[in-house]
Design a protein around this ligand. Structure first.
Ligand SMILES: Nc1ncnc2c1ncn2[C@@H]1O[C@H](COP(=O)(O)OP(=O)(O)O)[C@@H](O)[C@H]1O
Ligand SMILES: [Mg+2]
Length: 366
């Protein structure tokens, strides 16, 4: 049996847990005229499932022949790539002919001048293509993954806003880390994005994770006691990447054993591998992106040695007052590093992130 879990980024997993039919809801909303989802910003921590969700939405909406999906990455070729893809759709749909492209500078191939021409005429080209498609009843969904504020994104977003104002059939779904999405929404130029719909990717539902582990392992011929199943589920804290990673390693671990009952010690056997891959593939980057103040905050949480930490305790350890603590508490909650856990308390959101911070603190001492 091939391991169905897939702990890698940006690829559609074969074990996909639907978040309360979020994919379906986004697609339904995109089809509704005047829906706030027309411009949506998807935000979530690394590994929370943004790219996967975007792919799901694309796959689902592409089934409708009236929808064209354009996937973009935020690099120097953003605008050129968008125009290229629009043109390709126009050609495929026979709305324009190759000759039409040759009439203008599109006859040139990817040379420097083509690039320049496209960029300086971007708004016109964008509008022209969308007008042609809208007239024929097509809708365009533009996906941009890993967004952050750059001059190019600003240029694109300003033009997009004009297309919306002109009632053209275009929608935009952008995905990024919470801090990057907030920065985009709070930019002075892009104020219209403040009204955009923000979709926050919360952890996966614990019940779905439990059922999915149960289902997959029993299909592979293994059984769990309820206690073991809950113990395993708990290790993931609902973190999408962790769900795949733990499932993957457990199956690899037991696949050669003749014992068909999974025990807590089987899970414990793979915890070190599990944690070190979380550290290497996610936490290292999450932690290095944090500001010094934020690091001090999470270090204070670790020093408290409590699972649920009271703001006041963090304040005492950092020697700071409640207002100061409140600012960083809010920031870290928004960035999906910690979560509120009862009145005045916070906990870490990601599994074993506290162990990572602890390790960094020890390494720092040398
Ligand atoms: N809904 C889901 N159900 C199960 N696994 C998921 C789901 N969404 C994401 N994953 C898994 O989580 C990991 C990270 O997903 P990805 O979409 O690359 O995250 P992001 O783009 O937010 O960094 C991948 O291994 C993916 O298979
Ligand atoms: Mg991604």
């Amino acid at each position: 049996m091939k391991n169905p879990f897939n702990p890698s980024f940006g690829k559609m997993p074969s074990v996909f847990l639907n978040r309360d039919s979020l994919t379906q809801r986004i697609v339904t909303e995109l089809n509704r005229v005047g829906s706030p989802f027309q411009t949506s910003l998807l935000s979530g921590q690394r590994g929370s499932g943004k790219t996967t969700l975007m792919t799901e939405v694309s796959n689902l909406i592409s089934k409708d022949k009236n929808w064209l999906v354009i996937n973009l990455v935020l690099d120097d070729d953003l605008l050129v790539s968008l125009i290229n893809q629009l043109q390709r759709h126009l050609l495929n749909l026979k709305i324009i002919k190759n000759i039409d492209l040759k009439m203008n500078f599109f006859g040139l191939d990817m040379s420097a001048s083509f690039h320049q021409q496209t960029e300086s005429n971007f708004q016109l080209l964008f509008q022209d293509a969308l007008e042609k498609l809208t007239k024929k009843g097509f809708h365009v969904l533009i996906n941009i993954d890993e967004v952050h504020l750059t001059p190019l994104l600003k240029k694109f977003a300003s033009c997009y806003q004009i297309m919306i104002r002109n009632n053209l059939n275009v929608s935009l779904l952008m995905a990024g880390l919470p801090e990057n999405v907030s920065e985009i929404q709070n930019d002075d130029v892009l104020t219209f994005l403040l009204r955009a719909n923000r979709i926050v990717l919360n952890p996966l539902d614990i019940e779905s994770i439990k059922n999915s582990y149960q289902h997959i392992f029993s299909k592979a011929g293994y059984t769990f006691s309820t206690e073991t199943l809950l113990y395993m589920t708990k290790q993931t804290q609902g973190f999408a990447y962790a769900f795949q990673l733990l499932g993957y390693h457990l199956l690899e671990e037991i696949i050669h054993s003749s014992n068909k009952t999974i025990s807590i010690s089987d899970i414990n056997n793979i915890l070190d591998t599990y944690i070190s891959e979380l550290n290497r593939n996610v936490y290292f980057k999450v932690y290095s992106d944090m500001s010094e103040r934020e690091k001090e905050f999470v270090q204070a949480m670790v020093k408290s040695k409590q699972h649920k930490v009271k703001s006041q305790i963090i304040g005492n350890l950092m020697k700071k007052g409640p207002n100061y603590i409140a600012v960083y508490r809010r920031k870290l909650i928004d960035d999906q590093i910690i979560k509120p856990n009862g009145y005045g308390y916070v906990s870490f959101l990601l599994p074993y992130f506290d162990k990572f911070v602890e390790q960094e603190m020890i390494l720092d001492e040398f």
